[in-house]
Design a protein around this ligand. Structure first.
Ligand SMILES: Cc1ncc(COP(=O)(O)O)c(C=O)c1O
Length: 400
């Protein structure tokens, strides 16, 4: 079956965060929303079908986690990532951020240090702070348009850290980390008694030509010293379903974690969470839909990169290895962060994520969500070009 990713679907009036938050956050709602990480593609028909089937029973009562939920995850991570796990090593999580927040509370104490790698997905810093723990930064290095880890700095920074929250693949840096890089992380963290919490929510969205490596698979050290979070939410565009999961192959750590979340009633999903995941992970349709979605996303990213190079060369694309989030390097425009945000919002009428929310290393950057029909990107780039011209950037370019 050929899926139609070009279809533009009206999302206003459906409670979609991407739209509903425009007015409260940016003070205007005439913006094209290219920010929060959900896609504007129709939820795949096989997931909708499973949910409709469940609805037809017409009793939405308390629901147990079916064995098929764990088996579907076990088979999926093996098939997609070559990761062999037992169903008993998998637990339910209502979301990745609530899951990581639980891990922070379960494995660390107030005042403990937790390391992250900015510019990085901003809720990491938020939940460390909100849980009364201390943030230790190990910033990534941007070199020739590609991020890499700073291991020399990490060797020092990690000392005394109880936990490291790894973003694998990295958001917004777009990197799929190599087995060698992950092995170094495992060595350094194990040597320092630092537990690695690996957020692998974007793993399935690794783009053609790249391969995701599950952190826990790179060495025995990594397997025993990690807790991994994954979900179908980004993969199949169902973040509203709340059907994420945690995998931990260290029995002592997993028992401690499971006790923590069950004691707080955080280990149960709602009535649609399980069937949604099972339908996405179990049949050939899921694989087929995903392959087509990834090809479409890849083309969207290539389109953005080519058009920016041709029409707005002061804005540079950090080409992602995975997912549909594109970090735009706007430093050549020489604007303050406030001016840059105003340029996008009031000049181009686009709502992107302000790069500085990911850490001060994100200043001069904006994050664009390319998970939408190409016609929306075409319109967005035209608006951006108009603002670019109005600000005199085109003129500056031809004078250079
Ligand atoms: C790296 C990363 N982790 C977690 C999330 C959100 O996960 P959840 O909505 O399941 O809490 C996102 C969403 O953008 C993300 O990019």
């Amino acid at each position: 079956m050929q899926y139609d990713f070009d279809e533009v679907i009206e999302r206003r009036g459906t409670g979609a965060l991407k739209y509903e938050a425009l007015l409260p956050r940016w003070g205007r709602d005439d913006l094209i929303p290219l920010w929060v990480a959900d896609m504007d593609f129709r939820t795949p028909p096989f997931i909708m079908e499973a949910i409709r089937r469940r609805c037809e029973h017409e009793i939405l009562g308390y629901t147990v986690k079916p064995r098929a939920f764990f088996e579907a995850i076990r088979d999926w991570v093996d098939r997609r990532h070559g990761w062999k796990v037992n169903a008993s090593e998998i637990g339910f999580a209502p979301g990745i951020v609530p899951g990581i927040s639980s891990a922070i509370q379960c494995f660390t104490e107030p005042g403990d240090k937790i390391m992250i790698q900015p510019p990085v997905y901003h809720p990491f810093a938020m939940i460390i702070r909100e849980n009364g723990r201390e943030i230790v930064n190990n910033p990534l290095i941007l070199e020739n348009g590609r991020y890499r880890m700073d291991f020399n700095h990490m060797q020092e920074a990690v000392r005394g850290c109880r936990m490291f929250i790894l973003c694998n693949p990295h958001n917004p840096g777009g990197r799929v980390w190599s087995p060698e890089e992950l092995r170094r992380v495992a060595e350094i963290c194990t040597a320092n008694g630092t537990l690695v919490v690996s957020d692998e929510i974007h793993a399935d969205l690794t783009l053609p030509g790249h391969r995701h490596t599950v952190f826990a698979t790179v060495s025995e050290q990594a397997r025993m010293n990690s807790v991994t979070y994954m979900a179908p939410s980004k993969t199949f565009n169902v973040p509203g379903l709340g059907s994420s999961y945690v995998i931990c192959q260290n029995p002592d750590l997993f028992a401690k974690y499971q006790d923590f979340v069950s004691g707080r009633e955080l280990a149960e999903g709602h009535v649609f969470a399980y069937d949604g995941l099972i339908s996405a992970y179990s049949g050939p349709e899921g694989e087929e839909w995903l392959a087509q979605a990834l090809d479409y996303i890849q083309e969207n990213i290539r389109f953005i990169d080519a058009e920016l190079r041709r029409r707005m060369p002061k804005i540079k694309t950090i080409m992602p290895d995975a997912s549909y989030l594109v970090f735009l390097d706007c430093r050549e425009m020489n604007l303050s962060q406030k001016e840059l945000v105003e340029f996008f919002v009031d000049g181009a009428r686009l709502a992107l994520n302000d790069g500085s929310i990911f850490g001060k290393e994100g200043e001069g950057f904006m994050r664009l969500n390319a998970g939408c029909p190409r016609s929306i990107l075409e319109r967005a780039l035209s608006q951006l070009e108009e603002a670019y011209e109005n600000r005199g950037f085109r003129q500056q370019q031809s004078q250079n």
